[in-house]
Write a protein that binds this ligand. Structure first.
Ligand code: ADP
Ligand code: ASP
Ligand code: MG
Length: 416
């Protein structure tokens, strides 16, 4: 079996869905499992619905209306108005969102978030599945929440591998074409959970692992994995082949073309990951697999914008050593900070974090009781893998470097 994952950019409008059919026609669709994300920027729009629900209930209807209109336009671009069933199906899914928000009693943001945001994926797969059927590609739509089981850490749920493996092995037949959602799962009580933003790549890898798939292809708006994000760097080159190790490092440092959690399940079963262009499906793209680290071996540039740099020093000139560093990491974990980079000296400790869950103020209040704290918000973290002096010089031009760290393969700069 092969797993194909189509992200939001590939299905951002009716043309995108039509192109998806073209990709399947060109590459074949036997024994294929399609994992599909929410269309375009729907997840962001659904986040707005959740924010309105918590901050200003009168804004909920409008926020949801925008999502309805966006999908209505796509539906109209794909189906004649006589194809009533699919319009109705999508309408009913929106009714479920309204129903949930009307009846919900939980005050927990992350719980509500997952129950609402998941509809982006449920709706996109309903549309794509219907359109494929109408195009003569018969397929089976699945609610992935019946297969991917997780803990109840809403918005960043961890996989229950044993239960997931059992459900997938029992419930899925090889030889069919399945269409299902990325990014979502369900907990023990069957409430919806999500796997973290951009988590659909990870879903593809989980399914590949459980199905012993022979490959995973993620279809992107770029030719493959490049040595730099073309949105921020003018010249970028295609990497033909990279190892799992290299890919996991690039993704971890912030090369957002692959979700960092995707690589581990694939590496464990040596399932190759292909990153290919949905506009040129016959082009080879990038293969991630075992073996050679990187081909061609050139410097790779990664940027993570909007990070926070905190510099802590002890109040009484005491050392910051094992016990205090241990406490610090526990705090970072408790406040859900994603740590990008650390550096320490005798009495100071610098850490660059991604404030993904918006809890910086609380953390700073906590830290200020124990340390002298200086922090910078809105900084960028640049990472260069396989650096040379020229690549560092070019990057530094016109920037103020707040922190630098150099290893054998990797240099990192926190800049303003
Ligand atoms: P999806 O539609 O699957 O969600 P994404 O938008 O998440 O796709 O990923 C594709 C984008 O990743 C590209 O448009 C590109 O801007 C960005 N990107 C970041 N780093 C890289 C890289 N090293 N190589 C290619 N693309 C990259
Ligand atoms: N739709 C989700 C998001 O935008 C998951 C994904 O696209 O991978 O984060
Ligand atoms: Mg994405």
């Amino acid at each position: 079996m092969r797993i194909f994952k189509f992200g939001g950019a590939s299905v951002k409008d009716a043309e995108g869905v039509k192109n998806l059919v073209k990709v399947l026609q060109e590459t074949g669709h036997k024994d294929t499992f399609l994992v599909i994300s929410a269309m375009g920027k729907t997840t962001n729009a659904m986040e707005e619905v959740v924010n309105a629900y918590f901050n200003d209930k009168s804004a909920v209807a409008n926020a949801l209306h925008e999502v309805v209109e966006f999908h209505q336009e796509i539906l109209e671009g794909l189906f004649p108005s006589s194809r009533k069933a699919v319009f109705k199906e999508v309408q009913e899914l929106f009714e479920e969102v309204r129903g949930f928000l009307a009846w919900n009693k939980s005050p927990k943001y992350s719980f509500v978030y997952d129950q609402v945001v998941c509809y982006g994926e449920l709706i996109s797969t309903a549309i794509v599945s219907a359109y494929l059927n109408d195009s003569g590609i018969s397929n089976t739509w699945l609610d992935i929440r019946n297969y991917i089981k997780t803990d109840n850490n809403y918005r960043d749920a961890g996989i229950d591998w044993e239960k997931t493996q059992e459900r997938v092995s029992k419930g899925l037949d090889q030889g069919k074409l399945y269409v299902s959602q990325g990014f979502i799962g369900s907990d023990e009580n069957n409430f919806t959970t999500t796997l973290g933003r951009e988590g659909s790549d990870y879903t593809a890898a989980i399914l590949a692992y459980c199905l012993n798939a022979h490959s995973v292809t993620i279809w992107k708006d770029v030719p493959g994995v490049l040595n730099a994000d073309p949105r921020y760097f003018q010249e970028s080159q295609l990497l033909h082949k990279i190892s799992y190790r290299e890919a996991i490092e690039l993704a971890f440092y912030g090369a957002s073309v692959i979700h960092p959690k995707t690589l581990q399940p694939l590496q464990r079963k040596e399932i190759p990951l292909l990153v290919k262009s949905f506009l040129n499906p016959k082009d080879p793209g990038t293969t991630v697999g075992k073996g050679e680290s990187i081909d061609p071996k050139i410097p790779c540039f990664i940027v993570k914008k909007n990070q926070v740099l905190m510099k802590l020093s002890s109040l009484d000139f005491s050392f910051i050593v094992e016990d205090s560093i241990g406490d610090l990491f526990k705090l970072l974990h408790d406040y859900k900070m994603k740590v990008d980079m650390i550096q320490n000296s005798a009495i100071s400790f610098s850490v660059c974090v991604d404030n993904k869950f918006g809890r910086l103020e609380e953390l700073l209040d906590h830290l200020k009781g124990k340390f002298k704290v200086v922090h910078h918000e809105g900084v960028s973290l640049y990472t260069i893998r396989h650096f040379d002096t020229q690549s560092i010089d070019t990057l530094q031009q016109g920037k103020e470097v707040l922190l630098e760290q150099r290893g054998k393969e990797t240099v990192q700069l926190v800049v303003k």
